[in-house]
Design a protein around this ligand. Structure first.
Ligand SMILES: NC(=O)c1ccc[n+]([C@@H]2O[C@H](COP(=O)([O-])OP(=O)(O)OC[C@H]3O[C@@H](n4cnc5c(N)ncnc54)[C@H](O)[C@@H]3O)[C@@H](O)[C@H]2O)c1
Length: 257
């Protein structure tokens, strides 16, 4: 394997992967629309992520919602790491069509091309998310392992932020969410991530292309976009601390829902 396409490769995870692959002697092509929410309005100046990779990769400024851009990007590639996505869980609850178009539609276009055109792709890696597990895994003293749904507004209004057993409505204790936990996304973003991985794993299997879905959770580190208000909690906390601002902690801080 020599040529790797990384969609969303100007982003936080993609740019780090790109530099690693280049170190290993692979040739990297990136398809990225340099979304202003992440890179600012003038990426050459405002995006440290973009500045890190430019000149080291073949860069295609384009979108995963365009078939033409995909065709251009897939040409001569051996593998695809598909990271390009709309990534804000909260934002996905009101920009619903955009999340479906980019995350599910973009993945659909890629798979359509792999199914219907000549290519040499032998491996696809897609970025899924912990968000597919919704509220995650809990234990009820009476009912064992349970998977609560969203918490109740009226209980939260009284200061009760705990998750409840879906069977008896008693307060449950949080457990680590293991890979085999129940998949029950509670956001449009989570639904699109579940769909992306189902699409890639199902279609690639039928095409005899190796496929893997990674369910990332709160990946953070140097260079992560601090412009994006939907970026992870750790970058929001660290930015506020560095600027001498207090951290806003909601609810009672006892449980991480
Ligand atoms: N960072 C995390 O904690 C985390 C957790 C779970 C899943 N993920 C997933 O991992 C992937 C990468 O995340 P990240 O943290 O590097 O995000 P990021 O926001 O830093 O990077 C995403 C990149 O995709 C590009 N992009 C957005 N829409 C595009 C489009 N229509 N066409 C082409 N490019 C587009 C953006 O310009 C950006 O460079 C995403 O699919 C995300 O859902 C990340």
């Amino acid at each position: 394997m020599k040529n790797v396409l990384i969609t969303g490769g100007a982003g936080f995870i993609g740019s780090n992967i790109a530099l690693r692959l280049i170190d290993k002697g692979l040739k990297v092509t990136i398809l990225d629309n340099l979304s202003p929410q992440i890179h600012g309005d003038n990426p050459e100046v405002t995006s440290s992520l973009y500045k890190k990779i430019i000149g080291k990769v073949t860069f295609i400024k384009g979108t995963v919602t365009s078939k033409e851009d995909w065709i251009k990007a897939i040409k001569d590639q051996d593998a695809i790491i598909h990271l390009a996505a709309e990534t804000g869980t909260g934002q996905s609850m009101y920009e619903i069509q955009k999340y479906i178009d980019v995350n599910i539609g973009g993945t659909g276009l890629m798979l359509d091309i792999l199914a219907n055109s000549e290519h040499q792709i032998t491996k696809v890696i897609v970025a899924s998310s912990r968000a597919i597990y919704g509220e995650g895994k809990y234990e009820c003293t009476a009912h064992g392992i349970v998977y609560p749904t969203e918490r109740n507004d009226s209980e939260m209004a009284t200061g009760d932020f705990s998750c409840k057993c879906p069977v008896c409505n008693e307060t449950v204790t949080i457990l680590p969410t293991t890979e085999d936990s129940k998949i029950h996304p509670t956001s449009v973003y989570g639904i699109t991530k579940q769909n992306q991985e189902q699409l890639v794993l199902t279609v690639c299997k039928s095409l005899n292309i190796g496929a893997v879905a990674y369910r990332y959770q709160n990946v953070y580190g140097p260079g992560q976009s601090l412009l994006n208000p939907y970026t992870g909690i750790l970058s929001i906390f660290s930015t506020r601390i560095k600027n001498g601002n207090p951290i806003n902690i909601f609810e009672d801080g006892k449980e991480i829902p």
